[in-house]
Design a protein around this ligand. Structure first.
Ligand code: ADP
Ligand code: BMX
Ligand code: ZN
Length: 298
């Protein structure tokens, strides 16, 4: 069996995976200190109980994944941590072979494998979570880019006069739409600390300020989808992440997308793998990589 690990800005999950089924799934909070040593301890505690049954590890992680390291685009999402030797840390903990992929890229592959429309060749997966991540399938293949940066659509600028993003740019999609951005704007408006989950609760109770905050996020995602459609002729967009999957969110994205000219609208779907898209997608990707390596060796 394989161990799949999902490292997000808010939570860590790990599970054994057999035939695409999760077995013995575990969760922990992502350390907020920004210290590499805290992340190492958290990962060790998370996967140690699973190690005896596994022969390899695959990771879906927030951040740019390149040459075995995790580099943050937005270090704020990881408490300031911006560079981490993820592959060697996990190899040292486990003694097992380890493969790494960005979390949204992994989820994109997982969701692409679920798509009923097999003639879909170009798909975007967007996670609205601690940050905003994206993974792109172009001509049926996962795009990672030369340095792992491909798909980081959360850091495309939507508003040059918008809030500063932790990546250093202004008005990024992430700075307007992420769970963190929702929590920050709502905390300013309500003058008390609120996270995105609490904002959704207020929204469902009919509060106008909460609705406005969620609409800022949903509108930014709708604009992003229009941009991706224009750039890449995306046919299907799949939305995931805890904000993306929250009740009522997809409807608001749809509402704003419908205000755009039809040419810039996409077929919008909720992640079929739900919160497991990263874990399952990473496992499916690892299987495929393994098969193509074996094929090339023959
Ligand atoms: P990660 O970024 O670690 O992958 P999540 O996908 O859970 O984790 O995203 C975390 C963000 O989602 C936080 O901003 C959190 O407040 C928000 N969130 C968590 N649960 C919910 C919920 N039920 N409804 C709306 N937002 C949520
Ligand atoms: C950020 C960036 C992406 C990631 C996305 C979603 C960092 C640490 N991460 O844009 O690589 O895919 O967040 O990540 O710079 P999540 O933590 O919200 O799942
Ligand atoms: Zn940014």
């Amino acid at each position: 069996m394989i161990i799949a690990i999902d490292i997000g800005g808010t939570k860590l999950s790990a599970s054994l995976i057999s035939d695409s089924n999760l077995i013995d799934g575990r969760r922990a909070s992502t350390p907020k200190s920004g210290a590499a040593s805290d992340l190492i301890v958290a990962l060790e505690q998370l996967i140690t109980p699973l190690l005896s049954k596994a022969t390899s590890i695959v990771v879906a992680s927030t951040g740019i994944i390149n040459q075995g390291r995790l580099t943050a685009v937005n270090p704020d999402n990881l408490g300031g941590l911006n560079d981490f030797p993820l592959q060697s840390v996990l190899e040292n903990i486990s003694g097992l072979p380890v493969k790494l992929l960005n979390d949204a890229q992994a989820a994109a592959w997982g969701e692409y494998c679920q798509l009923a429309e097999k003639n879909c060749r170009n798909m975007a997966f967007i996670t609205v979570s601690t940050g905003v991540g994206a993974g792109l399938i172009i001509n049926g293949e996962l795009l990672t880019g030369m340095s792992g940066l491909a798909g980081h659509a959360g850091h495309m600028t939507l508003d040059v006069n918008g809030p500063t993003c932790g990546c250093g740019r202004s008005g990024c999609v992430e700075a307007l739409a992420s769970g963190t951005a929702i929590g920050q704007l709502a905390s300013d408006l309500y003058k008390t600390d609120l996270d995105a989950k609490a904002v959704f609760e207020r929204y469902h109770q009919g509060e106008q300020d909460a609705r406005m905050v969620i609409d800022r996020s949903a509108q930014a995602i709708a604009e992003l989808l229009g941009n991706l459609r224009a750039l890449l002729d995306i046919e299907v967009a799949v939305i995931g992440g805890s904000v993306g999957l929250a009740e009522g969110y997809l409807e608001r994205v749809h509402h704003f997308m419908e205000q755009q000219p039809p040419l810039f609208q996409v077929d919008l779907q909720l992640a079929q793998l739900g919160h497991e898209a990263g874990l399952k997608g990473a496992a499916l990707w690892a299987e495929q990589e393994q098969a193509s390596q074996e094929c090339a060796a023959q």
